[in-house]
Design a protein. Structure first.
Length: 299
């Protein structure tokens, strides 16, 4: 009997000549806010990696959503610093951390937008992989409440009590109540804040910490899928983990006149270890721009 040749494992970028270097290894997540609940199963199923979490690191030292401790650097710099804080003095050399940012959409200021970034640090290889997810799926909101009668609509909007709140006086005090997730706790916090600022109002905000915000936790899970796929994909040139999109090339041709537009034509995939680059078609499979998206047809 002739044994059939086993087909090599493949990904969307090509065949893998070797087994994955992270198979069976442990990655250490640095988080105080329960993010392992959204990430661990994904890394186990997609990468055959065990995720452990260190909760001993005070990640608030790198910035808080309430602004009492400002973030010292960019999202990327902060996430890398967070992952390395967890790895410091640890026998594990693979680290993971994430950062979130929330605010108004720069194009539509009345719409909230969420940006999540996750980084994977391999200290032995000197490799840092990152991925980002930008979404309108967020309950990020904040409002100054003068009368308690104005609370109900805001509570419905942010999904209270399934999503927790942060409550603080508008002026006159540094008092902050976090993780408010019952009506009794909200009433007590509001009463205390109300009595401190002479009718100036109480600021009530969605608590954006992951363990207090199921919507954010779900987005972190989606990002974990994305970065796990990237980690799994080996470079076709050197077999280093993390081959994926590193940039974009504009110029998608117009279906009317054929001229290049400002829309993305190709995704540029690359390796951080050997700088190998390869273009691939857009992930949405579009090959033409509409005439309304063309500066020649629609000046």
């Amino acid at each position: 009997m002739t044994l059939r040749q086993q087909r090599p494992q493949t990904t969307k970028y090509g065949s893998l000549k070797h087994s994955h270097p992270y198979k069976g290894q442990t990655v250490l997540l640095t988080s105080m806010h329960g993010k392992e609940l959204a990430i661990a199963d994904i890394f186990r199923s997609k990468l055959d990696m065990t995720l452990t979490c260190t909760t001993q690191i005070d990640t608030d030292q790198l910035g808080t959503f309430t602004g009492d401790i400002p973030r010292p650097g960019t999202m990327y710099e902060t996430a890398v610093a967070k992952a390395r804080l967890g790895l410091a003095g640890n026998t594990v050399s693979l680290g993971l951390a994430s950062e979130g940012s929330f605010g108004p959409d720069p194009t539509f200021p009345f719409v909230a937008i969420a940006t999540e970034m996750m980084v994977f640090v391999d200290e032995e290889r000197g490799l840092i992989l990152s991925d980002t997810l930008v979404t309108l799926e967020t309950n990020y909101a904040s409002k100054t409440i003068i009368s308690r009668d104005d609370l109900s609509g805001f509570l419905d909007m942010v999904g209270f009590p399934a999503h927790a709140l942060i409550v603080r006086p508008k002026i006159g005090s540094s008092l902050v109540f976090k993780g408010i997730n019952t009506f009794e706790a909200l009433r007590d916090a509001f009463t205390q804040c109300e009595g401190l600022n002479d009718g100036q109002g109480v600021i009530v905000s969605a608590d954006m910490r992951a363990h207090m915000n199921p919507t954010r936790m779900r987005i972190i899970g989606m990002l974990a899928h994305k970065i796990a796929d990237r980690i799994h994909t080996l470079c076709p040139n050197c077999n280093s983990p993390g081959f994926g999109v590193v940039g974009h090339e504009k110029g998608l041709p117009c279906q009317g006149c054929g001229q290049p537009t400002q829309l993305i034509h190709y995704e540029i995939c690359g390796c951080q270890a050997c700088d190998f680059r390869r273009n691939r078609p857009r992930s949405d499979s579009r090959v033409w721009a509409k005439e309304g998206e063309c500066a020649y047809c629609n000046p």
